[in-house]
Design a binder for this molecule. Structure first.
Ligand SMILES: *[C@@H]1O[C@H](CO)[C@@H](O)[C@H](O)[C@H]1NC(C)=O
Length: 408
């Protein structure tokens, strides 16, 4: 055996031992893991939740291309947008790099060369070593943690509201659909920050699903009972959603069919950095008469993308910091006028008119917060027993600090 082979074997064995996992192809859960129905009824949970556990707020973070947002979902069902934080140069550069990747390219099933395998094994070991030492697992973890740390500070400030400092223990993070940060990648961020990732079934949350939930769609009423919730969501109307996210940094287009927000996988998703709003200034700087050019390109891209998926769109969902720009709205209508039904277009116009700016900017974080709250309150692998009734009944009426009932 050559030295390299010996080294490789040692690395592999170590990595396997350290992780209890196979070396190559260990990380990525295929996108369809959750496509099967769970077996109902679920068994009874072994212990009861405390009232405090049931009533704690859900915290949602959204990692967007050039910024991050946070929202809180209280037990009284109010969802509060908290903060939008501009990404640092490093953050934005990382997201831009990630926009050219998918989980499959970040964690390939098979690495053709031995040196590639070695580098991979080494990166896995360094990750584990860093984690063991309480350091960020890798550069990506460090950059994303910095963003989440800033968002967390504002959420904690809102939650403490002048009283003793609240600290967040749980959260759900959403990421863009074509990047799809994995449970492991976000787990590394949250482990480093000592926050529990409460995302489960499905184990990952991406922007289109999060925003859909953030706008109040695809959500069952009886979420404390997982099997009942599934049946309810199965009876929701099926929508083929075109999700357009327009920010300074990029235009993101996604087509996804959904009844429930839980549906995994998309029909197509693309992030186009060249169509971010900030390109407008660059266009204008280079030529006096190009202000219309960016929006023409946006119109053409939305149109071509939608046609390329081959689906009839039944719902258009807008998110991002720049979607209320009249020129963007015109570009969307221009792109889709003859591709979608008239009432689909009409409900989009109503949404633009009636919704406030924060609804578009925070929809993704709000959805993540809603999902976090649902996972904190309703177990996904068992059902609360009858004996748990007391804490559940107690949680129905939430008392605030002064002992006033806020909700019966
Ligand atoms: C829900 O609770 C939050 C935090 O205590 C509060 O700010 C909000 O006003 C409440 N909403 C309703 C509808 O009572």
């Amino acid at each position: 055996m050559s030295t390299t082979t010996v080294l490789f074997t040692v690395f592999s064995t170590l990595a396997v031992m350290a992780q209890g996992n196979m070396l190559v192809a260990p990380i990525l859960e295929p996108n369809n893991v959750y496509s099967q129905r769970r077996i109902c009824p679920l068994p009874t949970c072994k212990s009861c939740p405390t009232t405090e556990e049931l009533t704690q707020p859900g915290i949602g973070f959204a990692l967007e291309m050039g910024h991050g947002t946070a929202a809180i979902r209280y037990h009284n069902k109010t969802i509060q947008p908290v903060i939008q934080i501009q990404g640092s140069e490093t953050y934005t550069a990382l997201m831009r790099d990630l926009s050219h990747t998918t989980p499959q390219t970040r964690f390939p099933d098979d690495i053709p060369t031995l040196s590639g395998k070695l580098a991979y094994a080494r990166a896995r070991l360094v990750r584990l070593a860093n984690k063991a030492l309480g350091r960020p697992a890798n550069a990506q973890t460090a950059i994303l943690s910095e963003m989440i740390t800033q968002l967390r500070a504002y959420v904690e400030e809102v939650l403490s509201a002048g009283t003793s400092m609240a600290s967040i223990t749980h959260a759900v993070i959403s990421s863009p659909d074509s990047i799809r940060l994995t449970a492991e990648e976000l787990g590394d961020v949250l482990d480093y920050l000592k926050i529990t990732n409460v995302m489960a079934e499905p184990d990952e949350l991406f922007a289109a699903s999060a925003a859909y939930a953030g706008f109040g769609h695809g959500l069952c009423a009886t979420y404390i009972k997982h099997c009942v919730c599934d049946r309810e969501e199965d009876n929701l109307p099926y929508q083929r959603v075109l999700h357009l996210d327009f920010t300074d940094e990029a235009l993101t287009t996604t087509v996804k069919g959904m009844k429930s927000w839980k549906r995994l996988g998309v029909d197509g998703s693309a992030i186009v950095i060249e169509l971010g709003y900030k390109r407008l200034d660059e266009d204008e700087a280079s030529n006096d008469d190009t202000s219309g050019v960016l929006f023409d390109k946006i119109r053409d891209h939305i149109r071509d993308f939608t046609i390329s998926t081959g689906f009839k769109i039944t719902e258009i969902m807008l998110t991002g910091t720049r979607v209320r720009d009249q020129r963007f709205k015109d570009a969307v209508s221009g792109a889709l006028r003859d591709l979608v039904a008239e009432d689909t277009m009409k409900s989009l116009e109503t949404a633009i008119k009636t919704q406030e700016e924060p609804d578009f900017v925070f929809a993704t974080a709000k959805g993540a917060a809603e999902v976090a709250k649902r996972r904190l309150e309703g177990p996904v692998r068992c059902v609360w027993s009858d004996e748990c009734k007391k804490s559940i009944d107690n949680s129905e009426g939430v008392k605030d600090g002064d002992g006033n009932m806020e909700l019966k």
